[in-house]
Design a protein around this ligand. Structure first.
Ligand code: NAP
Length: 369
């Protein structure tokens, strides 16, 4: 019994790692798995390959590393229509699209079309469709947990999305949430307390590949804003990205530079600003953290993110480096006994592994081996 997958974004880092993992772990081997994966399609932003009998490792490798092109396409709907026309799902043999892209509106349209007009499933690591949609569409997309997996959109798939989704269905109301959701800003705040210059740390983080392609995306707080919006929506709150009160790590007006190297150089003017922040925090026995919060008062919800100082030995004070953490209070997990998850918030292997986990959840007959 195969699970057919069509992966979009396979010329990117996450998509390429996912395909590599699927072959390396023998997901595709029907002798080793009760429910083997069959990769029937791979796509970049402009080309795709497909084979309903399953794409082999050579073709997959050639396409994902860019050495082998595919068929040009001029809109993702073209791929969806081709599948609608040519792919014949049966009970044992269904299709899941994986979104490992950085795309925006066009991916939201695809997700919407797949969920509304077919029986196919979706697994997404891409946050954009979940925040560009209105709340009604978000609910429509995520309604059926066996058709729409989005755990990887927050904390690279650690149990934040799933915990909140289950709590919502269990009537275990969310009372509040605090989280450090940026690996990059976690790394920067940790290093700042080692008396290093902000611009040197940023330069280091950029060259180690920790930041987004343009570090401005991390420093603006938008990435964290998207994640906290997804968590609040998952808990049933009708909120949009625009509702998040964002105190960016560095004021937005200084983040307009498009060239990362030039931007990093310009950040030297913030070295003394952050030295002072560190000194003030340490004077109180505290450390700096970039914290996201969901505060709930009756049926009112407030989303806030910003740089704060917290006691060094507190739940978020003891965090180090790129590790993310979320602390959740519900009716059951109250203030004294919160639900806490701490895990890498990014990373190609972790993300690819958890995309495969979401795929497992969509198997109709999942059987342990
Ligand atoms: N990196 C992590 O640790 C991590 C963790 C959790 C979630 N994520 C999410 O995973 C996604 C992929 O991240 P990445 O680091 O792999 O990005 P990436 O290396 O920039 O790759 C992006 C991929 O998406 C494709 N793409 C971009 N726009 C598209 C569009 N409009 N339609 C179809 N394909 C499109 C690109 O195709 P071309 O090659 O043709 O441009 C490429 O294959 C992102 O949404 C990211 O936020 C990443």
């Amino acid at each position: 019994m195969f699970q057919d997958v069509f992966i979009i974004g396979t010329t990117g880092k996450v998509g390429r790692t996912l395909v590599r993992q699927m072959f390396a772990n023998n997901d595709v081997d029907s002798e080793k798995h009760e429910n083997p994966t069959r990769i029937i399609g791979l796509a970049s932003s402009s080309e795709f390959v497909h084979d309903f009998q399953g794409i082999g490792s050579r073709t997959a490798k050639g396409f994902t590393n860019g050495s082998m092109g595919g068929r040009k396409y001029y809109g993702l709907m073209e791929i969806f229509e081709l599948m609608q026309e040519k792919y014949l799902p049966s009970r044992q043999n269904n299709l899941v699209f994986v979104d490992a892209t950085t795309g925006g509106k066009e991916l939201l349209e695809l997700h919407d079309e797949i969920i509304s007009e077919s029986d196919y499933g979706i697994v997404t690591a891409n946050k954009n469709p979940l925040v560009l949609s209105d709340f009604k569409t978000f609910n429509l997309l995520t309604k059926n947990v066996f058709r729409y997996g989005y755990r990887c959109s927050v904390m690279a798939g650690a149990d934040a999305v799933d915990f909140l989704r289950d709590a919502r269905d269990l009537g275990d109301s969310l009372l509040g949430l605090e989280a450090c959701l940026s690996g990059t800003l976690g790394f920067i705040t940790t290093e700042l307390h080692k008396r290093k210059n902000f611009s040197d740390i940023l330069n280091d983080a950029y060259h180690r590949g920790y930041t987004e392609p343009n570090p401005a995306d991390d420093l603006s707080g938008i990435d964290v804003g998207k994640k906290i919006t997804i968590l609040a929506r998952t808990s049933g709150f009708d909120v949009n990205l625009e509702d998040v009160e964002v105190e960016s790590f560095v004021p937005m007006k200084y983040l307009l530079e498009k060239d990362p190297e030039v931007l990093i150089k310009k950040m030297q003017s913030f070295d003394s600003f952050f030295r002072e922040k560190v000194a003030i925090a340490e004077g109180k026995g505290n450390v700096l953290r970039y914290l996201a919060r969901i505060d709930i008062n009756g049926d009112k919800v407030k989303l806030r993110i910003g740089l704060v100082d917290v006691p060094r030995d507190s739940e978020f004070g003891i965090l180090s480096g790129r590790i993310n953490k979320v602390k959740i209070n519900t009716d059951t997990y109250n203030e004294n006994d919160p639900y806490i998850v701490s895990a890498p918030g990014a990373g190609l292997n972790v993300t690819a592994r958890n995309i495969r986990r979401d795929l497992l959840w969509q198997l109709e007959n999942r059987i342990a081996i």
